[in-house]
Design a binder for this molecule. Structure first.
Ligand code: SF4
Length: 446
């Protein structure tokens, strides 16, 4: 059970020395109780207090690492229910499955297809994170060979999926050094599977149907010392998935219910490929940490990684591009110059629509701290003064011989002052960037 702020306060030195950055020990205790501070910030806490406070000081959901090296994946460490409360720390790790029943060449080809599921979105590289090997055969040697082929064909961390401890042991003999995630310890097999996870020092999915059974099993395994756990309720219908994930997150974050203080796992494996993608999208939104899906169709994965990117962006840190002058195509001295902000999504929308217009052009991305056009205008971050400064610092006058700027239609109000300050003719473009091709066709004359 989590300690209250007052209970934590009684364990602190209560000298109000401020070395932790808080004005009083009580203020620090409140921060600690809310999971917003680390006990390490108080250099004067006694060992006894540290021990007593360890539960309060640790995040409500454990941080779990899968894999090793540059491709290792981290999940968990979450502290909030909604991202606007602070942020989500780690996006859902997406795993694509391979079956051990595939012939070696087909298996290697599928793994290669998974390796190639890499997408560029708004300047960021998004990819499938893990490869999950399903023990469909039930055969130890078949599973061992599949793990061998898969491990040789990918640098992605692996998920070894079997209920059979002997099969998992065979997979770990091959890939144990790569720190795979193993699925799953159940009420029936945990006495064989948990020692395996402990021997190889790998994270383990605990699977049980029903939240109470899952809590009991996770508490028993965690109490025995294995703390690198993920939770799988076994629910596969989307309503049940949503309910289970929400209950687990609420109990972990709001009640500090330790048996649920681990990231969650879900395998989406329905019969309808479209429904599978929709269910996976629900899982990504609420709050699956490792999600396995059985498709290598880039259209499915592009939808999911894009959705994930939107959900897990830190709302306090908009994704921004470098504020500068961008050349689209191969623009000459008569090319149009568009003004926009350095909010990544805005910039890439404008760039995409300029490309679609097939008119080489320049885009001046003004530094608005990564906010969109209207937000920046409302916050005083997209002003005639800032645009004029950006024009000068980017040297736009040196790359074009005309003196005409196209500003977003939604901030037409800036045009008069901007023309006066900059000395450039200011053209009011379309309100939405999708109107750029038509706008250029109708209005732009070099
Ligand atoms: Fe209190 Fe420790 Fe903070 Fe000093 S550093 S104010 S003793 S909590």
């Amino acid at each position: 059970m989590a300690l209250t702020g007052l209970e934590i306060y009684k364990l602190l030195p209560r000298t109000n020395c401020k070395d932790c950055g808080q004005p009083t020990c009580l203020a620090f205790a409140m921060q600690l109780a809310a999971g917003k501070a680390s006990l390490d910030a108080c250099p004067h806490a006694s060992d006894q207090a540290r021990e007593a406070l360890s539960a309060a000081a640790s995040p409500p959901i454990a941080l779990i690492t899968i894999g090793v090296g540059d491709n290792a994946v981290q999940v968990g460490n979450e502290t909030v229910l909604f991202r606007h409360e602070k942020r989500f720390e780690h996006p859902t790790a997406i795993a694509v499955s391979v079956d051990d029943t595939l012939p070696p060449t087909a298996l290697a080809a599928r793994v290669e297809a998974i390796n190639n599921l890499v997408f560029e979105r708004v300047g960021q590289t998004c990819r499938v994170d893990l490869v999950a090997i399903r023990n469909r055969s039930g055969e130890v040697n078949t599973f061992r060979n599949a793990v061998r082929v898969t491990a040789a064909a990918t640098s992605r961390p692996l998920v070894l999926m079997s209920y059979d401890a002997a099969c998992l042991a065979a997979g770990l003999e091959i890939a144990g050094q790569k720190r795979p995630l193993i699925w799953a310890a159940t009420p029936e097999n945990h006495q064989e599977v948990v020692p395996l996870a402990a021997r190889y020092g790998v994270p383990l999915v605990v699977r049980a149907e029903g939240l109470e059974t899952l809590a009991t099993l996770a508490a028993a395994i965690g109490g025995a010392g294995h703390k690198e756990l993920l939770l799988d309720t076994g629910t596969r219908d989307v309503a049940g998935l949503l309910a289970d994930q929400t209950h687990i997150r609420r109990l972990a974050v709001q009640k500090r219910f330790r048996p649920f203080g681990y990231p969650t796992f879900c395998h989406i494996a329905g019969d309808d490929p479209v429904e599978n993608v929709l269910d996976a999208a629900v899982g990504i939104a609420k709050y699956v940490a490792v999600l396995v899906i059985d498709t290598v169709d880039p259209a499915d994965l592009l939808a999911l990684v894009t959705w994930r990117l939107n959900i897990y962006t830190d709302p306090q840190r908009p994704v921004a591009v470098e504020p500068k002058l961008y050349a689209i195509g191969n623009p000459g001295p008569d090319a149009p110059v568009f003004v926009t902000t350095n909010f990544s999504l805005t910039y890439f929308c404008v760039a995409g629509d300029v490309e679609a217009a097939r008119v080489p052009a320049y885009i001046l991305a003004v530094d608005t701290d990564g906010t969109s056009v209207l937000t920046a205008w409302a916050a005083g971050k997209l002003t005639p003064e800032k645009i004029t400064d950006a024009l000068a610092s980017a040297g736009v006058a040196e790359v074009v011989r005309h003196r005409r700027l196209i500003i977003p239609g939604s901030v037409a109000v800036l045009s008069g002052k901007l023309a006066e300050l900059s000395g450039w003719e200011v053209l009011v473009g379309p309100r939405e960037s999708s109107g750029i091709p038509a706008y250029l066709k109708e209005h732009w004359r070099p």
